[in-house]
Design a protein around this ligand. Structure first.
Ligand code: ZN
Length: 314
């Protein structure tokens, strides 16, 4: 493998996949989007991703890649090179690594998308130099990635388990997409906040998070209250994760993190109030900086050798 070659990153999402060619420095040299049509076979879908990548390579004049990284929104079976329980059912249980490797001739890596958000921020974003870096991806679902001494940690199912489903509201009536009661996803995911905002506005068509955040910033108390409540639940879940993983730095990514300090400030206060002082004092809480490109940049980063500054000793 030549370390100066770019890599292909594929960030598979429920609606579409982002495909990008990324340099070892983390620059996205070219990017495209392919619809994640679940009505087709896995092989057809993967062929479309590779076709888009080939087209991009031709446009950019890039003849060789150092590898292909694929981010998937579900459990990861590294032994089989497959995923399951993702939101692109066509890909479930399909031998993705074997197929893409045979089709492309490249070395292929897979990881869960929340893990990749952490990989990307650790290598190129706000996690650089951290020995115990936790990323919380607050999107349609809620995922957590943890990087310990430069390497992603997996606790179960090739991920951090279903850590976004930690129970924070045991007497609550809300359920999440997977059917558990009172988990963090049920009360603080983008879906949960959109539903609450839509109900507040009399079920209007506008359920965009950006409208909720703008209204809160403009002084709408009820919108501010929705964000405050979400921050309380997220803060409670975060304290649980801090007591298990003892991160020295924490980054919030995903659509809900666009609320910025309106969300992070009450999360920090909740952590100060609830956590053991030893854990709270060692961790800095920040907003991730790579935005919507984190998934594909993190996927590509799986192909690059670990850099010196990621081998920081504890
Ligand atoms: Zn749940």
């Amino acid at each position: 493998m030549k370390p100066d070659l770019p890599a292909l990153g594929i960030d598979v999402g429920g609606g579409s996949a982002k495909i990008g060619i990324v340099s070892p420095a983390g620059d996205v040299l070219g990017q495209d989007t392919v619809a994640s049509d679940s009505a087709v076979f896995a092989s057809v879908l993967l062929d479309r991703y590779l076709e888009a990548a080939r087209h991009m390579q031709t446009l950019l004049g890039i003849k060789q890649l150092c590898g292909i990284g694929i981010g998937l929104p579900g459990h990861i079976d590294f032994a089989k090179g497959a995923t399951r329980l993702g939101n692109v059912p066509a890909l479930d249980e399909f031998p993705i690594v074997e197929y893409v490797s045979a089709k492309s001739g490249n070395k292929v890596y897979i990881e869960n998308d929340a893990t990749l958000a952490a990989v990307a921020e650790h290598r190129y974003g706000v996690g650089q130099g951290s020995n115990r870096f936790l990323t919380v991806a607050l999107g349609t679902g809620i995922g957590v990635g943890f990087i310990e001494n430069g390497k992603p940690v997996h606790t179960a199912n090739g991920t951090m388990g279903d850590i976004g489903h930690v129970i924070v509201d045991p007497t609550g009536k809300r359920t999440c997409r997977q059917g558990c009661h009172g988990c963090l996803e049920s009360v603080a995911s983008a879906l949960a906040l959109e539903d609450r905002y839509q109900a507040l506005r009399g079920n209007s068509d506008d359920k965009r998070l950006s409208s909720l955040f703008e209204s809160a910033r403009a002084g709408d108390l009820e919108c501010g209250q929705i964000i405050q409540e979400a921050a309380l639940f997220i803060g409670a879940a975060l304290v649980t994760w801090m007591h298990i993983f003892a991160p020295d730095r924490i980054a919030f990514a995903g659509g809900v993190s666009a609320a910025g300090e309106d969300l992070l400030s009450p999360i920090r206060k909740t952590v100060t109030r609830l956590a053991m002082a030893d854990y709270a004092s060692r961790a800095t809480i920040l907003r991730a900086k790579l935005g919507s490109q984190a998934g594909l940049v993190g996927a590509a980063a799986l192909c690059f050798p670990i850099q010196h500054n990621e081998r920081v000793q504890p």
